[in-house]
Design a binder for this molecule. Sequence first.
Ligand SMILES: Cc1ncc(COP(=O)(O)O)c(C=O)c1O
Length: 442
Amino acid sequence: MTRITKILLGEQDMPRQWYNIAADLPSGLKPPLGPDGKPIGPEALAPVFPMNLIEQEVSTQRWIDIPEEILGYLAKWRPTPLHRAYALEEAIGTPAKIYYKNESVSPAGSHKPNTAIAQAWYNKQFGIKRLTTETGAGQWGSALSFACSLMGLECKVFMVRISFDQKPFRKLMMQTWGGTCIASPSSETSFGRKILAEMPDTPGSLGIAISEAIEAAVTDPTGETRYSLGSVLNHVMLHQTIIGLEAKKQLQLAGIKQPDVVIGCAGGGSNFAGLAFPFAADKIHGAKIEIIPVEPTSCPTLTRAPFVYDHGDTAKMTPLLPMYSLGSGFIPAPIHAGGLRYHGMSPLVSQAVKDGLMAPMAIDQIECYKAGILFARTEGIIPAPETNHAIAGAIREAMKAKEEGKEKVIFLVSVAMDLWIWLGMINTSPDNLLNTKCLKLK
Ligand SMILES: Cc1ncc(COP(=O)(O)O)c(C=O)c1O
């Protein structure tokens, strides 16, 4: 029989609703707290986000309709293909079947536009004219610039200094879509100036960039600016579930009832949650699925940090969120996966891990790069450094299946692409990373 390499859905098959795991979490979700330690109400978030998104943030409704106009924008690249990674499977000689959801086909190259489109649309509906945001990898800043250009909104992006220096073309992408990109910490905000005075050579962090972006939004005297976050929050996880909902339909078309293992990389949690939450719903109802978020060993939020109430940003402007956190002042090592350098984790993902629905794994940068290079040389897509973590996790599991002689194990990763990987590698340790001998995994 001819091998089917990719499973495609038509536009008419796009999910019409997002899945909200807050309705199903076994222990429920703890509320965010204000500075007085008491739960905050939706109005406390109003200076920062539009009320239509705040309603989604606090919703416990299981299914939330996706507005037709948003579906129209998403249809520019969705549904995304589900690929069977035959070449990767052959290269590592595993009996496991490896599938991956290809989010690299979005205009910005990752899953980030799934929520950027939704957030820009809801802000536009609410009468907002301008959005500010942070970006680590540059993927989120590009995605929001792209979405704002479609909706006619202005977009200002504070990009973590180290990524700003490592990834000059991400800034060009943002500018092409009409966005403004500034290295963070910057002299544009009082918090940025404070950090620059204390630590002039800091590589920056997502926590600092978030503080700057929130400050820039709430200090706009016109009241027409809001802040937009690319991960962590409940409404962001919600918008990303379109990935897993499509994947479920595609697996069924491939004749697979359910995967044995679901894997994604986790920075703030959104691509992982997007892929994994629809499968976690099945697990809550009895399905046997291993669900694995993968993070860098240098920023081990889920594997090493305590579950606490902590701020989402370094200046402590956000409410206290219930999550695994390395501390809001934590500045991770300047690894190339800029999107995974976040001190905290989505409260929904954190609670799901705490409830035992998911088992996190931490992998170091070199193993991830090797996995990414092998993926590029077998499947063709040059994966983003963040995605390399998911691929490395999938390869580990596939090798385990090989050792155990298990034939029918299915893994899913959500793949993004980012060309800078080559620049980053050449700048760091070419001998280690470009030596093909180190790729012999068989
Ligand atoms: C390609 C890619 N994957 C993953 C991440 C991590 O964020 P999240 O955990 O929200 O998906 C980022 C963040 O910038 C990213 O650019």
